[in-house]
Design a protein around this ligand. Structure first.
Ligand SMILES: [Zn+2]
Ligand SMILES: [Zn+2]
Length: 258
């Protein structure tokens, strides 16, 4: 069994045929789905799907692109939403300086708000970072000094140096379909060497379809393609990779086992 640790089941492209999407994934051996929030107004829908489907869990949080629209979101709103039994993660949150869709200072402040909630609830933080390695590492370091919190870097595409830094801080790293791309040699080198107990796989669907589905809309079923590719990079069987990534998922998202 594999788990898609990051998908957007409410997004256009998946939501129209959500049942079909889930059924195709289950048929491909995907036994769990973490349905990720990006805006407060979609929390109810994201959590609602998790409440309805036994093998779907939810996160609550604000994507860095949406930070400006949620500048006054306090810890209270996140804490309240996180109390739902199927909410197991906080995010996605973080910093995106590639698109710069929100003010950087607002992104940073909201990132710290999410971290405080992860620390308080013990729910894992789901970090999105793009072209913002230095500030992401600095904030994670500063906040870890204030008190530990579980966290992962989702859709990891950063440098090997950033990877080492966040592994030292105790974070887990989640690989998306990007690792299967022909031009992703550096990322493939990082993926081959990641410690086995710090590794997850995800689709970030409906985005980023892995080889051999590139150019098509991405679905959680394709977690299997990414996992098979990563297993090949690491010289292990797909079964072994499935076993360790599933174990890592439940170790990081403890509330999912409850
Ligand atoms: Zn993201
Ligand atoms: Zn995402």
């Amino acid at each position: 069994m594999l788990i898609d640790s990051h998908c957007h089941l409410e997004y256009e492209g998946l939501v129209e045929d959500q049942q079909g999407v889930l059924d195709r994934a289950r048929a491909a051996g995907i036994g769990g789905f973490l349905n990720i929030s990006t805006r407060q107004r979609e929390w109810d829908k994201v959590v609602g799907t998790a409440a309805r489907e036994k093998d779907v869990w939810a996160s609550v949080g604000i994507h860095p692109h949406e930070a400006d629209q949620h500048a006054d979101l306090g810890e209270g709103a996140l804490l309240e939403a996180a109390a739902h039994p199927k909410v197991i993660g906080i995010g996605e949150t973080g910093l995106d300086y590639y698109y710069d869709k929100s003010d950087r200072a607002v992104q940073q402040a909201l990132f710290r708000t999410h971290i405080a909630v992860a620390r308080e609830t013990g729910l894992s933080l789901i970090v999105h970072t793009r072209d913002a390695e230095d500030d992401t590492a600095r904030i994670l370091e500063e906040e870890t000094e204030k008190g530990a919190f579980p966290a992962l870097i989702h859709c990891f595409t950063a440098s090997a140096e950033f990877g080492r830094k966040v592994l030292d801080l105790g974070l887990t790293i989640s690989l998306s379909g990007i690792v299967t791309f022909k031009n992703a040699k550096d990322l493939q080198a990082v993926a081959a060497e990641l410690p086995e107990d710090r590794l997850l796989v995800e689709t970030d669907s409906p985005f980023l379809a892995p080889v051999p589905h590139r150019g098509r809309k991405c679905e959680p079923a394709y977690t299997a393609d990414t996992a098979r590719f990563v297993a090949g990079l690491r010289g292990v069987s797909p079964e072994h990779l499935a076993e360790v990534t599933t174990r890592n998922f439940f170790a990081l998202f403890r509330k999912a086992s409850a």
